[in-house]
Every structure is written in structure tokens, then in C-alpha cells.
Design a protein around this ligand. Structure first.
Ligand SMILES: Nc1ncnc2c1ncn2[C@@H]1O[C@H](COP(=O)(O)OP(=O)(O)OP(=O)(O)O)[C@@H](O)[C@H]1O
Length: 595
């Protein structure tokens, strides 16, 4: 019967390309095995002082622990079978007490060394003999008893530098130990000769005082936190801190640092909080969350889902807390993360509620939360552009309509979703509704203006704009320019349109101007003193100048696009005005007299 010969090197390359982020993970796997062995040893002997000592010379590395060790049989069995279930199942230890789970970790050492030597003495019996397991990347291994007995129970794993690589230098190793294991409970010493440094001195930031937590965030996450939230999920044996940055963050969300029993999983875990809290950046340590086989990500199981929900709830509670008890922090939070909150509020009803209740929007009432606007008792309408808001806000307010500027990112989506949530009567501003609310001029005023309106229609003929006269507050505003195209297909209040049309037909006996081909309306305000004068102006040339001026001014103040003719008018008007100004104040110099 023929056996398959396993080429370990090929298998390891496969693992390294598809599973691990790089050869550096060998350090993590060595530390994990050592920590697991120490955990198992403590089960039978709680008096030991656990320690992991790594010696790195550049050409070789040895990792020594005082863990449970291996017997001859265990070494033969456990280290021979790739992917075998690990010792803890056989020994009946709880899985969560161990970091290793898959039986492939030791293989990662073949990423940096062509041979692995494991010298081990089991702690299970005092007479256990020291064994040596030797494996090479070609796929062969041997186990034998050592000639000299290790002085105490434990394991030493030895690696030899692969030609062309430099993973076994002492500085590199110390750096990697700190990267993966600085929060491990078991002390890890790294050195060469007699000089060893402790690389696991760090305390998790939640073990620090308030100002040290802030400093931790600055040096590890690179930002000054606005606030720090403690998170706790007992079901996952999880503790951590959520830092809220004092600067806006990308809406794609933060990268979180996740540790399992002190060993780094990754600094780039995304799935730790709900999407609605993209601003929070966390560091957590958990006893029970499950890593994927690469140990660089978390298994997306029910427990992780529970963790996500509980952490999100705790962040939500924090928001509620600061909104009540820390108004200045809350204000700063809204200022900094308003856009992120809005982006989430589009789809998340909870966040929508928070945004509507707290985030200031530009409205006729000033910068106020939408909740205040809705409870003002006024009819609420919104505009899609900032310019439209500015040009209509005062007129609309004078007609009892409270305008909201929904011209910034996510505003309109939030308003629409809010309408769906609550059935609130909020819609896009409809010019017919505004015009319908503007008072008609008296018949006398209307007839006085009839020549002006006719002329204005003629002057603006090719602009496709209806010129209409109304009387409205504030009287300081001479015109409103309404562009229907902006509102096409939107929540047009047809009844307002009908009312307006009815008034026109009734009062003026003319056809409904809104049914014409023109899509734009220039509304002249009869209450404005200048428009009042214009209505009775006899100087036709001046009427033409005035109408052109009102048109150009309406375009410019609303930042509407100007075509070539509009620009030519604007130019002429400046010239004419300058000319008139000069004419009125110019005195011709007296003729020079000849002496
Ligand atoms: N330092 C050590 N002390 C005692 N036993 C060890 C040590 N290192 C490895 N072993 C034994 O070798 C086995 C295989 O180790 P390996 O790292 O390949 O897999 P694992 O730790 O079981 O799982 P994982 O793939 O998740 O790391 C371990 O289960 C353990 O029994």
C-alpha cells in the first residue's frame, strides 16, 4: 500500500498565502502554544511562576516555557497530525482557556525555518523523560528520548534561520512579541546572551486612570478622544474601551483592536459595533469570542452578534447620558460627528430619532433641531438647495411656512424617512403653494401694473418666465424668482396650485398662468416701494432697464445659471447705471480762456 508523501513546505506556503498575513505570525503561534501549555500546567500545579523566554541570535531562535510539556506519546501523536484536534479536548479542558484551536499553528514556524526542534519534559509525572521531536519542512519527523534530562518540566522550541530571511533577529522578535503579546498575562522575556527584556509590561488601557487612558489613545490610535466609554459584555468575557474621536471620521467606520486573552487578533477588526456608530474606535479583550483559523479575524457567530448589540447599546446609553448630563461634550460630539450621524440616520430609525431631536438644521427658526421646527405649529417645507432656502425663507415665513434647508448631505433622505416614520406633513417646497399664499394686489393696483406686466412679459419673452404681481411681506424683498423645474415630480401640493389658479381666474379673469408653457415665475412684490414706483413709471426706457435689472438680480441672488444674453444685459446695465450716475453729477469744466 502506498502512502501519500506530504510536502510540508508546499502546504505551509499555501497556508501563508491564503491564511496568514505573513511569516511574522510564527511568533504569535509560538507564544500561543507556550501560553496554552502554561494554562494546562496551572491546572495541575498552581504554584509555578509562569514565564516564556525567547532567545534570538539572528541565526536561530529558541522559545522556552514552563508549561505542561509533552510525553513521548503525546509528541508522536500531537505533532504528527496536521490539523488534529488538540490536547485540550482529550484532557477535557474548556476550549476557552486555550488560544490554539486548530492544530496548525506550529506549522507557521516553517515559514521562517526549515526545521523545528521541540525538546520537552512533561509535568504530568515526576519521572517523565525528556523527549526531542524533530520535524523538517520536507514532511518528515522523528521523536526520541533526549540524552540529557531538562532540569524542569516545560518545552523548548528551536528554529534555524532560513537563508535569505531575517526574522530571527532579536530586535525584530522583541518588536513582534510586543505587537502580538504585550498584554499577555504570562511574562515574555526576549533577549540574547544574558540581556533579556520583558516585552509584556503593558496594562490594558481600561486598567489605567482617566488621563492615562487619554494618553494611551493619543499614542496608539493617534487622536485625542472627545470622551471614553467603558464597554463590558460578560457573556463574551469581554472588557474594553470605546474612544470617541474629537475629529470627524470616515463614514466607512473605524478599525478596532481586538485581543483574545491578551493576544492580538487584529488592529483592523470592523465588525465590533453596529453601522450606526462609525465614530467609535474600540480596544477590547475577550475570553470567549472565537478566532477564525488564521487567528487574524473573528468568527461571525451568535456571540459576536451579541457583542455587537451590547456594545452598540452601551454607546447609545452614553449618547443619552451626555445629552442629559454633559451638554458641552454632547454639543461637541454633534458638531464633530454630525455628518456621520446623519449618514446613519438615513437608514437607522434610532439614529434618526437622535438626529431629529438633537442635530441643528438651518431653518426659518434659526439653527434648531428638526423636533423644534415640527413642534412650531407652522407648516414645514424644505428646499433642496441652500440658495433656494436663502431666497425663499423670509417670504415663506411671512406666509406661515417654516422652511428647512435640506441642501446638505443626507438631509433630504432623513426628512423623507422621518415622514415615513411619523406621517409628519413635510414636503418639498412647491412654488405654487408659496404663490398661492401670497396676497393678490388690489384690482386698482393690478390695473395700474397691467402695462408694466405686459412690457415685462415682452422684455423677458425669450427667457420663458411668467411675470406676476403679488403683495407680500417682507416688503423689503422686491421679487421672488421660482424655478419650477426644481420641483418636477416632487410632493407638489396640487390643492395650493388649484387655489392659486382659481384666484387668478376669479380675480383677473385670465387663464391660469401656471398652465402656460413657462416653467419659471418672477413674482413682483407690490408691497415693495421700488416695485410700487415701477408700476406707475411712464419712462419706458427706464422700465426696460428696471425689468432687466430685476431679472439679472433675481438670477444672481439665487445663483441661477446665466446665459450669454443675461450676461450681456448685466454688462449693459452696469454701464448704463454708471453713465446715469456720471450724467447726474458731472459738471463740464469751463472752457479754457485764452490769455
Ligand atoms: N510549547 C508547547 N508545550 C506543550 N505542547 C505544545 C507546545 N507547542 C505545541 N504543543 C503541542 O502541539 C500541538 C500542535 O500545536 P499547534 O500550534 O500546531 O496547534 P494548536 O495549538 O493545537 O492549534 P492552533 O492551530 O490553533 O495553534 C498543540 O496542540 C500542543 O499539544
Amino acid at each position: 500500500m502506498a502512502n501519500f508523501r506530504v510536502d510540508l513546505r508546499g502546504l505551509v506556503e499555501l497556508l501563508s498565502r491564503n491564511l496568514y498575513s505573513g511569516p511574522k505570525v510564527f511568533i504569535r503561534e509560538l507564544m500561543q502554544n507556550a501560553v496554552d501549555a502554561i494554562t494546562a500546567r496551572k491546572e495541575i500545579d498552581s504554584s509555578i511562576s509562569p514565564v516564556i523566554r525567547i532567545t534570538a541570535t539572528g541565526s536561530s531562535l529558541s522559545c522556552k516555557d514552563n508549561g505542561i510539556g509533552l510525553t513521548y506519546e503525546e509528541a508522536e501523536e500531537l505533532l504528527a497530525t496536521i490539523g488534529a484536534s488538540s490536547k485540550r479536548d482529550e484532557l477535557g479542558f474548556a476550549r476557552s482557556d486555550f488560544l490554539g484551536q486548530f492544530g496548525i499553528g506550529l506549522l507557521s514556524c516553517f515559514l521562517v525555518s526549515d526545521s523545528i526542534t521541540v525538546t520537552s519534559r512533561s509535568a504530568k509525572t515526576s519521572e517523565a523523560r525528556t523527549i526531542i521531536w524533530r520535524g523538517d519542512s520536507g514532511g518528515t519527523f522523528t521523536v526520541e528520548y533526549a540524552e540529557t534530562q531538562l532540569p524542569e518540566a516545560g518545552t523548548i522550541v528551536e528554529l534555524q534561520q532560513r537563508p535569505g530571511q531575517s526574522w530571527l533577529k532579536v530586535d525584530t522578535v522583541a518588536q513582534l512579541v510586543r505587537h502580538y503579546g504585550r498584554y499577555l498575562e504570562v511574562p515574555v522575556l526576549v533577549g540574547e546572551g544574558h540581556q533579556f527584556d520583558l516585552c509584556t509590561t503593558s496594562e490594558f488601557p481600561w486598567e489605567l486612570g482617566a488621563s492615562a487612558r487619554q494618553a494611551w489613545c493619543r499614542s496608539n490610535f493617534g487622536f485625542k478622544p472627545l470622551d471614553v466609554i467603558e464597554v463590558l459584555v460578560p457573556a463574551a468575557g469581554l472588557r474594553g474601551l470605546a474612544f470617541i474621536p474629537d475629529q470627524p471620521v470616515a463614514s466607512s467606520g473605524q478599525s478596532h483592536s481586538v485581543y483574545l486573552r491578551g493576544m492580538l487578533i487584529n488592529n483592523d477588526v470592523k465588525s465590533l459595533v453596529d453601522d450606526w456608530a462609525p465614530f467609535a474606535r474600540l480596544i477590547v479583550d475577550s475570553a470567549y469570542l472565537r478566532p477564525t483559523a488564521s487567528r487574524e479575524a473573528l468568527f461571525d457567530d451568535d456571540l459576536l452578534q451579541q457583542v455587537r448589540e451590547e456594545i452598540s447599546d452601551q454607546i447609545r446609553d452614553w449618547i443619552a447620558r451626555i445629552s442629559r448630563h454633559a451638554p458641552s461634550t454632547f454639543k461637541r460630539f454633534l458638531d464633530v460627528h454630525g455628518t456621520a450621524l446623519k449618514s446613519v440616520a438615513v437608514t437607522d430609525a434610532h439614529m434618526r430619532q437622535l438626529v431629529v431631536e438633537n442635530l441643528p438644521f438651518e431653518s426659518a427658526l434659526g439653527m434648531r433641531p428638526l423636533r423644534d421646527v415640527f413642534s412650531s405649529g407652522m407648516l414645514v417645507r424644505y428646499t433642496r438647495t441652500v440658495d433656494q432656502f436663502r431666497s425663499l425663507v423670509d417670504v415663506a415665513q411671512a406666509q406661515g411656512v417654516c422652511l428647512v434647508n435640506a441642501g446638505y448631505a443626507f438631509d433630504e433622505e432623513i426628512l423623507r424617512a422621518w415622514v415615513k416614520d411619523t406621517g409628519a406633513e413635510i414636503g418639498l417646497i412647491d412654488p405654487s403653494e408659496i404663490v398661492g399664499r401670497l396676497a393678490q394686489p388690489s384690482p386698482a393696483e393690478q390695473s395700474q401694473a397691467s402695462d408694466l406686466l405686459l412690457m415685462a412679459d415682452q422684455i423677458l419673452q425669450d427667457r420663458e418666465v411668467n411675470v406676476v404681481l403679488r403683495r407680500f411681506e417682507p416688503a423689503t424683498i422686491p421679487t421672488i424668482y421660482l424655478v419650477d423645474a426644481d420641483f418636477a415630480g416632487e410632493l407638489v401640493d396640487q390643492s395650493g396650485r388649484r387655489t392659486a389658479a382659481g384666484i387668478w381666474e376669479e380675480v383677473l379673469g385670465v387663464v391660469n398662468p401656471f398652465d402656460g408653457t413657462a416653467t419659471k415665475r418672477l413674482v413682483l412684490n407690490r408691497a415693495n416701494p421700488m416695485i410700487a414706483k415701477l408700476c406707475s413709471l411712464q419712462d419706458l426706457k427706464l422700465v426696460e432697464i428696471m425689468v432687466r435689472t430685476l431679472w439679472v438680480q433675481a438670477l444672481m441672488s439665487g445663483r441661477h445659471p446665466m446665459n450669454v444674453k443675461d450676461r450681456a444685459w448685466a454688462n449693459d446695465l452696469y454701464m448704463t447705471l454708471l453713465d446715469r450716475a456720471l450724467e447726474s453729477s458731472y459738471q463740464s469744466p469751463s472752457e479754457p480762456t485764452e490769455e
